[in-house]
Structures are given as C-alpha cells and as structure tokens.
Design a protein around this ligand. Structure first.
Ligand SMILES: [Zn+2]
Length: 147
C-alpha cells in the first residue's frame, strides 16, 4: 500500500496515512486536528488481491477501480486520467487501481478479460463497468450518477 505523509496544519506533526484509510477523514495522531488531504491531489489508491475486499466491499463511498496491466499502452494512457479523478473526487468517491498481472485472483473473480476495465462499486456491490480506454467525461458521468 502506498502511504502518504501528511503534515498537520495545526501542530506540524507528520502523519503517515495508508492509502486505503485516507478517505476516512484522518486526524492528526499528536493533536487530533482533522488533516486536510483535499488539496494534495492524491493519486489513485493501489489495491491488491489482499487489500481489495477490505476497501471496496466496506467502503461508505462509491468506488471506481481501474483494472490495468503495466504492459498495456491504453492502460498507461489512462493512468493520469485515473489519478486526476482521484483528486477530483477526494472525499466523495474512492478511485483505485489494481494491477491484474500481479493480482490475478480479484481480476478472475470479476471476469476481467481485457484491460483497462473500469468497475464501479456502491455499498459493496458491482453496479456498473466499462472496458477499454474511455473518455474521462464518461467516467465522470458514471461516477456522478453514484454520488
Ligand atoms: Zn496536529
């Protein structure tokens, strides 16, 4: 998991926030002030076979997961779009990605045949999905419908 170091706005203590926890309105470990992550433009949360269900199935927010392969050109082209969506929807939806080559169990569970594939979850249920390099506006449209 990719942790982020967040300096507290009140006491300047450095807080290590795991990517899967950062949508939970984390507080400073030293003084208890709520940490402001909204301005940080955090990239998509990297998920794996071990972390997927804990985050996606229990999330209070809608979740978009980009199933990708590091060797696929269209996947690489979509990476900045997905990271941009992560920043755009901070606090409203969780944007995550999963490397299907390193994590075949989850990809196989959802019958992922081609990458990139974009799966939308709400309340732990798969509610929508799209395959291929799709326009950012289409992903925005689908995410807005789940908010
Ligand atoms: Zn603090």
């Amino acid at each position: 998991m990719n942790d982020t170091i967040i300096p507290c706005g009140r006491c300047s203590a450095k807080n290590r926030i795991p990517a899967a926890k950062r949508h939970l309105k984390p507080k400073c470990g030293k003084c208890g002030a709520e940490l402001d992550l909204g301005g940080l433009r955090l990239p998509a949360v990297e998920l794996g076979d071990g972390s997927f269900h804990g985050l996606v199935m229990n999330a209070a927010l809608p979740v978009l997961v980009d199933f990708y392969s590091p060797t696929c050109g269209p996947c690489r082209a979509m990476m900045p779009v997905v990271d941009n969506l992560s920043a755009r929807y901070h606090g409203r939806a969780i944007v995550a990605k999963l490397n299907t080559m390193a994590n075949p169990a989850v990809a196989s569970q959802f019958g992922i045949r081609g990458v990139p594939s974009f799966l939308f979850f709400k309340n732990g249920q798969l509610v929508d999905q799209m395959a291929g390099a799709v326009p950012e506006q289409l992903l925005i449209h689908k995410l807005d419908a789940l908010l």
